[in-house]
Design a protein around this ligand. Structure first.
Ligand SMILES: *Cc1c(COP(=O)(O)O)cnc(C)c1O
Length: 224
């Protein structure tokens, strides 16, 4: 299948899931995760009309940011504190905030507020990043003094599984956490959004309220 055909199929599947969930497709931001491909291939993804692109490594992200225009850049992977200064000013969203140290470093290196998603380790898998649910409220409260950190939502990665109840349960839980944080009415944490759903589980994520899908392999494949 060509890139265009994969994109067409993806938009159809997103629309079908929205219909099933009784949601308007305009509520959903599709982030194409371009970490698998070159700059030229990333430009072809943009040419489909996708404006939101996701990268998870500093070096590759920087090269693409420098080579491209009119993109909203989502940094979706973990950041190491010594690399923060290289990328802090160039990204529009950070999806994997889970440490105060990184938040402080970002706060220092930004000249304007950065929209962040706090990553939550709902499934409590040891190999995954993210704040544990029990610690989430305290973590978000601890960001209050950092004027350049704005918590716009929560992010999670579901276990890689085709057990619908299990995966949807994780998304449902993140939705509940989002409601709890939003209800606190914290000025630095409006927490409207849910970044959840990848190639293999985005339909379930839409059914559970996702607002930002991070889609890689089902759309973006290297053609070499
Ligand atoms: C790679 C990646 C994705 C995309 O995953 P696919 O399964 O290829 O769609 C989404 N989120 C994060 C954090 C990633 O690192």
């Amino acid at each position: 299948m060509t890139l265009e055909a994969r994109y067409y199929k993806l938009t159809e599947n997103i629309q079908a899931a929205c219909d099933k969930a009784n949601r308007d497709v305009s509520e959903i931001t599709l982030i194409a995760v371009t970490k698998y491909v070159t700059i030229d291939e990333t430009k072809r993804v943009q040419a489909l009309g996708i404006h939101d692109l996701g990268e998870n490594r500093v070096k590759e992200a920087k090269a693409k940011i420098e080579a491209m225009e009119d993109v909203t850049w989502h940094f979706i992977g973990p950041l190491q504190s010594r690399k923060v200064k290289e990328i802090a000013e160039q990204i529009d969203y950070f999806h994997a905030l889970d440490r105060l140290k990184i938040a402080k470093e970002l706060n220092k290196r930004r000249s304007s507020p950065l929209d962040c998603f706090v990553q939550v380790n709902v499934s409590q898998e040891e190999t995954k990043g993210g704040v544990n649910q029990e610690a989430l409220e305290d973590f978000i409260q601890s960001l209050a003094g950092l004027e350049n950190i704005r918590v716009v939502g929560l992010m999670t990665m579901a276990p890689h599984s085709d057990d619908e109840t299990l995966v949807r349960g994780v998304f449902k839980e993140l939705n509940k956490c989002r409601d709890q944080i939003r209800a606190l009415g914290l000025p630095h944490a409006p927490c409207h959004y849910l970044s959840m759903g990848m190639s293999n589980d985005f339909e379930w994520a839409i059914l559970e309220g996702a607002t930002h899908l991070r889609i890689g392999s089902t759309l973006v494949k290297s053609e070499r």
